[in-house]
Design a protein around this ligand. Structure first.
Ligand code: ADP
Ligand code: MG
Ligand code: ZN
Length: 624
């Protein structure tokens, strides 16, 4: 039932035929002559005659073209063969020498034998081999006596507790994710607690985050903690060579899961099957994937959540997932698994360092600081590299120097990807992010920030300001929208104010600010120039939305100009706000620079306590 014994099945038939023919030919060359010739020694006619004259030939058989005879030398009989010559006296000579004339030729029987060995046996072997192979092939695809009929059995591996052995304690950091997942584990252990009150668990939880942050590890930890069967399958395993196999596999997977409930089904890298279906595509090239996805959706809807089947999935690319997968009742719980911050990195290093011997003098905090932006997988790698270095140098344990060196080795590998920030970059990003937050906080209508972090994100943004209001706001006033634009420009404004130069870090802000400004003027009627005239209409609302312009060329030009004006006004406003609060900007940016994360509470606390004079001075040194 594993993947490897499928491989022979994929080789086309003609390859086997070819191999068979070649082998038969080789056998013929080797076996046939040897069978015939081993027993028969070829001699020339004169040797034959001299043997006859010496009386060494005991028997002879004269055929049309050849003469077979038996020579007795030192008591050993040898069958010999020679060509027949036109020799009328031969019979007399033989007679005189006392040679008896009888059948000598050994071939009759040996030809039959050699035929059997040379032709019949190989063919028989190949027929048997072929039968055996095709049987195996069927088994590997069909999974048992059902043969062809049970194509597409899923090859989800069933993990039970003993085989993973991974616990939540093996996953460092990621406390949020662990908390959300332990609720699921708890549910699987005491379903009554939940069903009594009428609560039902979310059917599915989606682990999202950049590669190497421990998504797969978390899922395994859930399996280890929950002590229930754990089906693990990778999205790519659904994509099969036969049309319809993917869907069949999904069906089978859920059938198995239903039988084994309570249990956990884990679909790793779900983006391989869960990609957005293209709307109205003419190509139809991805029917297979779409069918698989549809089957998955159907199955998720179909089964009864109270039975205790929980579906976990992991992906690095949540943005590419089909929206249908994310709607309530399917993967309605989203568990972010982000790159670790300073504290998280330290913990991960410690977890992995338990597996190796280290010197007492190792300071994990420093190592964690130096590895800003590294993922859990990279940190695990750093620890391993350090151990390898210690061995190379003939030491019994890893030292601080080993760790520092190995950071360089590992980081050099991914510095190209531009994910690890230099101190200078980190400082700029800190000011940029605080710029956003400060502008947001100082404008009356803007929601306070929830959390800011300068750990690089998957989206490519270097920092990240989480505002609380994101979704629940449907009606927004003109002022709120303007403030939002100001907040978006706040990052760039801080860079201008502090560093007097600008960076590429604001590209996403620019896009967002432009989008809002444009919508305000072209769709929300929030400018004096156009009043309530719609210049753009939206189509495809459910699938991201496409705006199409519906106005004259001149108006378009004017519209663009108005958008620029609107954004510029807000940008200036943001700059002014930051200028007026430059002490707080320094103080907050310094905090963020040092801790890499700042929560809304910490932010408000710093903002609302007066800045001591000494610190303000120190802050001016940071810029230097
Ligand atoms: P993902 O599935 O998110 O790409 P994995 O779960 O496969 O990442 O993680 C790869 C390896 O990195 C793990 O096996 C583990 O050794 C290490 N790792 C990643 N994150 C953590 C973490 N939070 N704590 C401990 N180890 C981690
Ligand atoms: Mg993974
Ligand atoms: Zn920004």
């Amino acid at each position: 039932m594993s993947v490897d014994n499928k491989k022979p099945g994929k080789r086309p038939l003609y390859v086997y035929t070819l191999i068979a023919v070649v082998v038969i030919l080789i056998l013929n060359m080797l076996v046939l002559p040897s069978v015939q010739e081993k027993a028969v020694e070829k001699t020339d006619y004169s040797t034959f005659l001299s043997n006859v004259d010496r009386g060494n030939v005991s028997k002879a058989e004269i055929q049309d073209d050849y003469i077979y005879y038996v020579v007795r030398k030192n008591g050993v009989d040898t069958i010999c063969k020679t060509v027949r010559m036109e020799d009328p006296q031969l019979v007399d000579r033989l007679y005189e020498a006392g040679t008896s004339m009888e059948a000598v030729e050994p071939e009759k029987q040996s030809i039959l034998l050699s035929l059997i060995i040379g032709y019949v046996m190989p063919i028989a072997i190949f027929i048997l081999l072929g039968r055996w192979l095709s049987k195996k092939m069927m088994n590997s695809m069909g999974g048992g006596p059902g043969g062809m009929m049970s194509f597409g059995k899923s090859n989800a591996k069933v993990y039970v507790k003993s085989s993973t052995g991974i616990k939540f304690t093996d996953v460092a950091g990621e406390d949020e994710a662990k908390e959300l997942l332990s609720e699921i584990v708890d549910y699987l252990h005491n379903p009554h607690k939940y069903t009594e009150i009428g609560a039902s668990m979310p059917k599915g939880a989606l682990l999202v985050g950049p590669p190497g942050t421990g998504k797969t590890l978390l899922a395994k930890a859930v399996a280890g903690e929950a002590e229930v069967p754990f089906f693990s399958i990778s999205g790519s395993e659904f994509v099969e060579m036969f049309v319809g196999m993917g869907a069949a596999k999904v069906r089978d997977l859920f059938q198995q899961a239903n039988e084994k409930a309570p249990c956990i089904v884990f679909i790793d890298e779900i983006d391989t099957i869960g990609k957005k279906r293209d709307n109205g595509g003419i190509t139809g090239g991805n029917d297979e994937r779409e069918q698989t996805l549809n089957q998955l959706l159907t199955e998720m809807d179909g089964f009864d959540g109270s039975k205790g089947v929980v579906i976990l999935a992991a992906t690095n690319r949540p943005d590419s997932l089909d929206p249908a997968l994310l709607r309530p009742g399917r993967f309605d719980r989203r568990i972010p698994v982000e790159l670790p911050d300073l504290k998280g990195r330290e913990e991960i290093l410690k977890v992995h360092a338990k597996k190796i011997k280290i010197a007492d003098s190792v300071r994990f905090e420093e190592i964690a600081k130096a590895a800003a932006g590294a993922s859990g997988a990279e940190l695990a790698n750093i620890v391993n590299e350090a151990a390898l270095r210690a061995v190379r140098d003939g030491r019994k344990f890893a030292t601080q120097a080993d760790f520092e060196e190995s950071i360089e080795v590992v980081i050099a590998g991914y510095q190209k990807k531009n994910r690890v920030l230099s101190n200078k970059e980190k400082l700029i990003v800190s000011y940029h992010e605080i710029g956003h937050a400060l502008v947001a906080a100082k404008q009356t209508d803007s929601a306070p920030v929830h959390k800011i972090t300068i750990i690089p994100r998957t989206s490519g943004a270097l920092g990240y300001t989480m505002q609380v209001d994101e979704q629940e706001h449907f009606l927004m006033s003109k002022e709120e929208l303007e403030n939002k634009i100001a907040t978006f420009t706040g990052g760039r404004a801080a860079e201008e104010l502090i560093f007097h130069s600008i960076t590429t870090g604001a590209s996403n802000d620019i896009e967002q600010a432009t989008k809002i400004a444009r919508a305000m003027i072209s769709r929300y009627g929030m400018s004096d120039d156009f009043d309530m005239v719609a210049m753009e209409s939206m189509s495809n609302q459910y699938l991201g939305g496409d705006a199409s312009l519906s106005c004259s060329f001149e108006t378009q030009t004017l519209l663009d100009k108005k958008v620029v004006e609107l954004v510029r006004r807000q940008h200036e406003k943001a700059y002014k706000i930051l200028q007026d609060n430059i002490d707080k900007l320094h103080e907050l940016a310094k905090f963020l620079f040092e801790h890499e994360t700042i929560t809304g509470e910490e932010f408000m606390k710093i903002l609302n306590t007066p800045t001591p004079a000494i610190e303000a001075e120190e802050n001016t040194q940071v810029q230097a």
